[in-house]
Design a protein. Structure first.
Length: 317
């Protein structure tokens, strides 16, 4: 009984820290300034995207964040924004290119903890973040077969993609935000150190490649131009592994508020490092969490609009 209580207490601590991060992150996106050093990242603009469109979800009028879209665009998944230690994954079915019909929560993903950041590969699998088993095994990214409205047989994503040991100076390492290429070969995700200060730091993008049945981390040197002493997270990888999108929040010298944007970076081969990231100028406001459409011609994300987080997309020129 004592062990059960201890595990339960640890789960509550981790969940509260994770949800507190989301609350603080929302304040950051409204202009709050965490204790970040002044950024030295170069400023490079990208003008390859345009025509922002609002995605409407019929029957749903709450915050919609962290989008996952099926390869053919038939289904749209997202998580809500609860202030209590809980988040749920929801789904909607396609009406037209920019309109979806709300269907409810995704079966087998709803737990009393954080369940969020859904993404698809092209093989009929759903990947997502959940903290349900973290106190026992440290695994926080799951995979399930997708059927409309149902995550079939969810199982942890295996590999060396979880920091060991799980704790550092009383803080907790958490891997989250999984995004996978269509063939399942590449997995990119966020890695953050969550502590009592609620804001995860460091917070970086990581990558892995499927070897057998497990994902093996790629060298951090391949992401040296992506990660910095600022906040980089919520990655999205192209099917060929050569184009990477992510969110960056940084402190610029002389600015009263944080700079935040969605960035893209490329490389010529999977053996080479990604180039210096470019900020996508077509996406402005308080935004996060890019994800590519199945044909890679649209980029989806959420941003603050009319007092709540809503979904948008831009088109590749």
């Amino acid at each position: 009984m004592r062990i059960i209580k201890l595990v339960g207490t640890l789960l509550v601590i981790v969940v509260v820290a994770f949800v507190a991060f989301n609350i603080v992150r929302q304040r950051v996106l409204r202009g709050g300034v965490p204790d970040l050093p002044v950024s030295t990242n170069p400023i490079i603009e990208n003008h390859e995207w345009a025509n922002e469109e609002l995605i409407t979800i019929q029957g749903y009028e709450h915050d919609a964040m962290e989008i996952g879209i099926s390869p053919g665009g038939e289904y749209l998944l997202f998580n809500d924004r609860h202030k209590k230690p809980d988040k749920d994954i929801h789904w909607a079915s396609r009406v037209n290119d920019t309109t979806y019909r709300y269907e409810g929560t995704v079966e087998n993903t709803v737990t009393p903890t954080v369940d969020a950041t859904p993404e698809f590969d092209g093989l009929g699998n759903l990947f997502y973040t959940t903290l349900k088993s973290r106190p026992q095994d440290g695994q926080t990214m799951y995979r399930a077969s997708w059927q409309p409205g149902v995550a079939v047989d969810p199982q942890p994503v295996e590999g060396d993609i979880y920091v060991q040991p799980r704790q550092e100076n009383g803080k907790n390492w958490i891997s989250l935000d999984p995004d996978v290429s269509a063939d399942g070969r590449f997995l990119f995700y966020s890695e953050g150190l969550f502590g009592s200060a609620v804001f995860p730091y460091p917070f970086n993008v990581r990558g892995a490649e499927l070897v057998g049945d497990e994902y093996k981390k790629i060298s951090d040197e391949l992401l040296a131009n992506v990660n910095s002493d600022q906040l980089e997270y919520a990655p999205a990888i192209s099917d060929d592994g050569l184009e990477l999108f992510f969110t960056r929040i940084e402190r610029r010298e002389g600015d009263a508020e944080l700079s935040h944007g969605i960035y893209v970076t490329r490389r010529d081969s999977i053996a080479e490092p990604f180039n210096q990231p470019e900020r996508i100028t077509a996406i402005t406001g308080f935004m996060e969490a890019p994800v590519l459409s199945g044909d890679e011609q649209h980029l989806y994300y959420h941003r603050m609009h009319q007092g709540r987080f809503q979904m948008f997309r831009v088109r590749r020129k």
